[in-house]
Design a protein around this ligand. Structure first.
Ligand SMILES: O=C(O)c1ccccc1NCC(=O)[C@H](O)[C@H](O)COP(=O)(O)O
Length: 203
């Protein structure tokens, strides 16, 4: 991982897209294992993970899955981090932490302001209410982060708006899926490259 803004590209399904994200300089890539046009199975993810250098974090994305299922898929796929979009409790997080996975807690930003660290997570991803929808939220309403808070801005980001979003919200990192697709569930390599470049551009 680099010291600059952390960039995660989510919902990858093919060798081409994984290679593009790695070459573009992404710090993390995500594979979706819950109901989604981006869903892949553990065997496909395992094949894709073998192409990924140690410096890039491989993330499994889950929503409301039983704990044993998350453990099983994450183990079979060989991913190093788990991103949780459901109402999982602290015991669920602690169990996965004991398995050695880096934990990303995803929360929709709404009336409740999720606090970093409440579930013992390593990173907090603040998203639109429906994950993977490409919908934005009012990033400027996110209260300033405390020092050491690793929070990722997500929800409707794209190469065109990511720089302004970073200026407004001052996140530790950013995450994108829909904004680097040519159609729902199909990534566009040029947009992946453009997104990483735009996110890291100095204003
Ligand atoms: O991508 C999905 O369809 C999905 C399904 C279930 C849980 C999470 C899912 N996606 C998470 C993400 O892709 C991102 O972390 C985030 O929601 C940003 O998505 P987008 O607004 O499309 O950039």
């Amino acid at each position: 991982m680099s010291n600059s803004l952390f960039v995660k590209i989510c919902g990858l399904k093919t060798e081409r897209d994984v290679d593009t994200a790695v070459e573009a300089g992404a710090d993390a890539i995500g594979f979706v294992f819950s109901a989604s046009p981006r869903r892949i199975d553990a065997a496909t993810a395992a094949r894709l993970c073998r192409r990924v250098p140690e410096s890039v974090l491989t993330v499994g994305v889950f929503r409301d899955e039983p704990l044993h299922e998350v453990r099983s898929v994450a183990t079979d796929a060989g991913i190093r981090a788990v991103q949780l979009h459901g109402p999982e409790d602290r015991a669920y997080y602690d169990d996965l932490a004991s398995g050695g996975w880096t934990l990303i807690r995803a929360a929709g930003f709404g009336d409740q302001v999720p606090r970093f660290g409440d579930m013992g997570e390593d990173m907090l991803l603040l998203d639109a209410p429906v994950p993977g929808s490409g919908v934005t939220w009012d990033w400027s309403t996110r209260p300033p982060a405390g020092s050491g808070e690793k929070w990722l801005l997500a929800g409707g980001l794209s190469p065109d708006n990511v720089r302004d979003a970073i200026e407004a919200a001052q996140p530790w990192g950013v995450d994108v899926s829909s904004g680097v697709e040519q159609s729902r569930g199909v990534k566009d390599p040029a947009l992946i490259t453009a997104f990483v470049k735009a996110a890291r551009a100095r204003s």
